[in-house]
Write a protein that binds this ligand. Structure first.
Ligand SMILES: C[C@H](O)[C@H](O)[C@H]1CNC2=NC(N)=NC(=O)C2=N1
Length: 96
């Protein structure tokens, strides 16, 4: 899995298969809404475990019942790489 930055066209293509995700400020980001805080917390733990297994880590923000997942690749100069599009796919498979 490459950590070279993707081109804008490559990111747009990846986003066509990532409903709910946006590309802004060199990050892919999506937000999920749950029934309550504990469900959002459990989802964040799931994403954390998934990130740890991949050794590629999402930034996670919880606001009560909402979980925002944001991914970028530090080793690609904090730009979007294939590691991010693949992590985003895995997160969507877990949470959608
Ligand atoms: C040494 C270790 O492989 C690196 O620091 C990994 C760990 N997790 C990471 N996570 C993210 N989001 N970007 C990285 O470049 C990155 N690098």
């Amino acid at each position: 899995m490459s950590d070279q930055p993707l081109t804008g066209a490559e990111i747009e293509l990846a986003l066509s298969d990532l409903p709910g995700w946006t590309h802004e400020h060199d990050r892919l980001q999506s937000t999920w809404t749950f029934d309550g805080h504990l469900q959002a917390l459990a989802a964040a733990t799931g994403v954390g475990l998934l990130s740890e297994r991949r050794n590629h880590h999402a930034d996670l923000t919880i606001n009560y019942n909402k979980l925002t997942v944001s991914v970028t690749t530090h080793s690609a100069g904090s730009k979007v790489s294939a590691k991010d599009t693949e992590l985003a796919q895995a997160v969507s498979a877990l949470l959608d």
